[in-house]
Design a protein around this ligand. Structure first.
Ligand code: COA
Length: 175
């Protein structure tokens, strides 16, 4: 569906469950994420909720990132088609820890944003990040996103109020 130099991105499938569980259940690496599966069944449920249709307003659609050279799933990218008239999207990336620090997130998030702007003609892409998630902040700044706001204790995650930083980029700002 989306191809980069080292990866292929395609919709998540039932058979991906074990590979996804492997890295998504890593609660230390994913401590800033809202969803951490405890069982394989949690992942099965997550996969079953993926919409049948891509680019459907007011849904999250999950893609997996496959390393071409090994055919392994190395992470995933979620796309939120936010608004009912479908001009804005939100994106987020999770990589298997073994694949951090190799540029895979930059490569695949750049291709995803390019696809949303150039093929789907989105107007604006946003991303929501915990201020302590430095790697994620570096990633979106590398892609040219602008910091738009820091929301104090605006999200209630795991019994705790946490801050949220919103970064965004407009279609005309994308190069
Ligand atoms: C957010 C996340 C995907 C970022 O991953 P990452 O590995 O830091 O980002 P990239 O894959 O783009 O790699 C960039 C790093 O690889 C280095 N690198 C090595 N080879 C590279 C190459 N060929 N191309 C580009 N960068 C390369 C870069 O210099 C950079 O290193 P630095 O951070 O020390 O400056 C990762 O930390 C993660 O999965 N976290 C857990 C989930 C999460 O919190 N997601 C955020 C939800 S909003």
């Amino acid at each position: 569906m989306i191809e980069t130099e080292r990866t292929l991105l395609r919709p998540i499938e039932k058979e991906d469950n074990e590979q996804i569980f492997d890295y998504r259940a890593d609660s230390e690496t994913n401590k800033y994420q809202g969803w951490i599966p405890k069982t394989l069944n949690d992942v099965n449920e997550f996969i079953s909720k993926n919409p049948d249709e891509f680019n459907k307003p007011e849904t999250w659609f999950q893609l997996v990132i496959i390393e071409k050279s090994t055919n392994k799933i190395i992470g995933d990218i979620g796309i939120h088609f936010i608004d009912s008239d479908n001009h804005q999207s939100e994106i987020g990336c999770t990589l298997n820890k073994e694949y951090h620090g190799k540029g895979f997130a930059t490569e695949t998030m750049r291709a995803t944003a390019g696809f949303l702007f150039n093929k789907l003609d989105k107007h604006r892409i946003v991303t929501s990040i915990d201020p302590q998630n430095i790697d994620s902040i570096k990633l979106v700044e590398r892609l040219g996103f602008r910091k738009e706001g820091h929301f104090k204790e605006s999200l209630f995650i795991d019994g705790e109020w946490v801050d949220d930083i919103v970064y965004a980029i407009l279609n005309r700002e994308w190069k």
